[in-house]
Design a protein around this ligand. Structure first.
Ligand SMILES: C[S@@+](CC[C@H](N)C(=O)[O-])C[C@H]1O[C@@H](n2cnc3c(N)ncnc32)[C@H](O)[C@@H]1O
Length: 258
């Protein structure tokens, strides 16, 4: 099992929400966004964060993904934006020009790859001197936080412990990410933690529908339909609130400068 990013069935899975203001504020606090005119979003999926970068006032944003199916969803999602384009490419070797970009964002990408060396070397090549690299992912510690009324993901692992092993194995430890970014040539590498609002649901029904569709949650592709039904029932019973559910996830952001 596991998600197939190349399947047409998944082309809209990373388009079903907008980046929350909590993410936009954090990025603006971490980086001099006013100085960024060309940004890249690699592993862009359906373009949620490509769009957020353009909305921050960045003059031109290019989204890159190795899946043509994801890019189809992303193009549709961002069709109103004249300052966004999408190209197919692999994070290890994008085929894009060297020393051209002021900012490169890779959100929720690195847990899908084992060879961080090649990914970070490509990032370094793409950025201009003084450009910033922002990597966002979960560490194994971020993944095992208990479920509660806001941290819905925690329930996945509580109800299906087999997912914990899968999840923590594919996530990179923070110190390893930091060391490898430094080895790739990045300086002033730092780590920050972020509780990002993923989505706000008017009622529980909306959240349960989102879960049933496995929207934007690759880990749920590790469960079959019956198991997913069991998980949804568990979450339904665990949440005592029916309205205004604010779902938050814990992330680690690493910033480096070329
Ligand atoms: C979990 S999704 C994240 C999408 C988006 N960044 C977001 O945060 O909503 C990971 C994305 O990375 C893409 N991807 C995975 N491995 C890749 C690679 N080696 N090169 C380029 N894209 C890749 C997948 O196709 C998928 O769209």
């Amino acid at each position: 099992m596991g998600i197939d990013f190349h399947s047409k069935d998944n082309s809209k899975t990373y388009t079903t929400r907008l980046a929350d203001i909590s993410w936009i504020r954090e990025v603006k606090q971490l980086l001099p966004i006013g100085n960024v005119s060309r940004a890249l979003d690699i592993g862009c999926g359906g373009g949620i964060y490509t769009k957020a970068l353009a909305d921050m006032g960045i003059s031109y944003v290019t989204g890159v993904d190795f899946s043509e199916s994801m890019l189809e969803g992303a193009r549709e999602n961002c069709k109103e934006y004249k300052n966004i384009s999408f190209v197919q490419g692999n994070a290890f070797e994008t085929g894009l020009g060297s020393n051209e970009y002021d900012l490169l964002v890779e959100r929720a990408l690195i847990h899908h790859m084992k060879d961080l060396n090649a990914c970070f070397a490509e990032a370094f090549r793409l950025l201009r001197n003084g450009g910033f690299y922002l990597v966002q992912d979960r560490t194994p510690e971020d993944c095992v936080i208990k479920g509660d009324a806001n941290h819905i993901r925690g329930y996945f692992f509580e109800r299906f412990p087999k997912l914990t092993q899968k999840e923590t194995r594919r996530r990179h430890r923070s110190q390893i990410v930091i060391n490898m970014m430094q080895e790739a040539g990045f300086k002033n590498v730092k780590e920050v933690k972020l509780w990002e609002i993923r989505k706000v649901y008017d009622n529980k029904g909306q959240l349960l529908k989102d879960l049933r569709e496995r929207a934007g949650r690759s880990i749920l592709h590790e469960l079959d339909d019956e198991e997913l039904g069991v998980l949804i029932k568990h979450i339904d019973r665990s949440l005592h609130r029916d309205t205004n559910i604010v779902e938050k996830d814990r992330w680690t952001i690493w910033i480096g400068e070329k």
